[in-house]
Ligand binder design. Structure first.
Ligand SMILES: C[S@@+](CC[C@H](N)C(=O)[O-])C[C@H]1O[C@@H](n2cnc3c(N)ncnc32)[C@H](O)[C@@H]1O
Length: 402
């Protein structure tokens, strides 16, 4: 079996072009690059020392070739998610437009990762950052911007005698753009009995004739054609309701909680709350629990799992700013939960950890040591295996396991 996790130590700019063969068709890239928070810019390549390069230019110059290299390994059906905060959100958006094409922009999601808000410094207590989402090719991407987790069971308060949960949706089309003039064939009478609930397209004993109308009484249209109503009478119900002009009889769809195989999915909104995906605090706690508090700014696995849920369960995933290895951890958790066959390539450079930091005190001399240490712990706990590589002399070699 191919391992769920692969870790490569090295500068991502040198490693990305080496992703060939089974690793060359990546479905999903997630990265959380350095945010350029104004601390000494430690990530410049050949522009180090160029006084003319502004802080933003230096950051964009660092990111551009890496995004281009990422796009080159993305499959046509693939998509890329990038975490970013206010320091570079505007520059990143323009850069991604350039590299991926504006037409492939899918979303700028607001992620509420710090619900208490930043209390340091002046001004607003910033409590969010962003995820920029681009398709390799918007027309061909398999990204499904919906999630089974986003479905709230309490939205389906009614229970059928057979135990299935549902809610009532008006069969009438509530969008005023659709009316007997614009959608002539969808305006027809149906027949219903509010006592038995039965709905048919032809009159029957005890039925009332019901025309679709808006709340103000003007003519409307149905959402279902007559043949569809004939096909699915069990999914419709006739009821008496109190309208603006007194009681009337109307037809409703029984919208079931679990209609599609594999459960119902709900479109993801573009604001993701900490209670849905976790926060920086919960991310630190997750990391602490598995290898210790050895990294300052991990992402919560819940955030990455929501991203994973937008792609097929056998996706090849890539994170080339892997840090503490959250993405590889999230992939193992997702596979364990749904039996999927996702695989994840994590890349991080051998950036030294700070002298005196928790990581250094724990014997982790580089960030790559942190990534490896977490992914080993993940493989030991959740299975799925781990292969380790290290870049040297422009080639990948198996890591010696130290
Ligand atoms: C913000 S952190 C990522 C944190 C990660 N998402 C997590 O949950 O732990 C960015 C990481 O990128 C790494 N990095 C920076 N420049 C790099 C490069 N050129 N190649 C590979 N990794 C790099 C840094 O060592 C750092 O660990």
């Amino acid at each position: 079996m191919r391992p769920w996790n692969t870790f490569i130590e090295g500068d991502n700019l040198e490693v990305l072009p080496l992703l060939t063969g089974e690793f060359s068709e990546v479905d999903l890239v997630y990265i959380d690059p350095p945010y350029n928070t104004g601390n000494a810019f430690a990530y410049a390549d050949d522009i180090r020392g160029d006084a003319a390069a502004t802080r933003h230019e230096a950051w964009v110059a660092m990111m551009r070739p890496r995004l281009e290299a990422a796009r080159a390994v993305l499959a046509d059906r693939g998509a890329m998610f990038v975490s970013i905060d206010d320091n570079e959100a505007a520059h990143l958006r323009l850069l991604m437009d350039e590299v991926f094409g504006e037409a492939n922009f899918l979303a700028q999601v607001v992620v509420n990762l710090n619900p208490k808000g930043r209390q340091l410094g002046k001004g607003f207590a910033t409590s969010h950052e962003y995820l920029l989402v681009y398709a390799r090719d918007a027309a061909r991407t398999v990204l499904d911007a919906s999630s089974p987790d986003a479905v709230v069971e309490s939205d389906f308060p009614l229970v059928d005698p057979d135990g299935r949960h549902y809610r009532h949706l008006p069969l009438r089309n509530t969008n005023k753009k659709f009316n007997p003039v614009t959608a002539r064939t969808m305006h027809f009478p149906v027949y219903g009995d509010p006592d038995s609930g039965l709905v048919r397209t032809r009159p029957f004993e005890g039925s009332h004739e019901i025309e679709p109308v808006f709340g103000d009484g003007t003519p409307a249209v149905w959402r279902w054609s007559a043949p569809l109503i004939d096909e699915r009478p069990g999914d419709l119900v006739c009821r008496r309701i109190k309208g603006r002009h007194g009681e009337r009889i109307d037809v409703f769809q029984k919208d079931w909680l679990h209609r599609e195989p594999g459960g119902r999915r709900k479109k993801l909104r573009t604001i993701w709350l900490a209670e849905e995906v976790g926060s920086t605090d919960t991310a630190v706690a997750e990391l602490k629990e598995i290898i210790g508090h050895v990294f300052e700014s991990p992402k919560p696995t819940g955030l990455v799992r929501r991203i994973l849920a937008t792609m097929p369960d056998d996706a090849l995933v890539l994170d080339f700013f892997a840090g503490s290895g959250t993405t590889g951890h999230a992939v193992a958790l997702a596979n364990e939960e749904d039996g999927g066959g996702r695989r994840c390539i994590s890349i991080n450079s051998a950036e030294p950890t700070r002298e005196g930091s928790n990581a250094r005190l724990a014997g982790l001399r580089t960030v790559a040591d942190i990534t490896r240490s977490r992914l080993r712990a993940v493989a030991a706990r959740h299975g799925g295996g781990l292969t380790e590589w290290v870049l040297g002399d422009g080639r990948l070699a198996q890591h010696d396991g130290g």
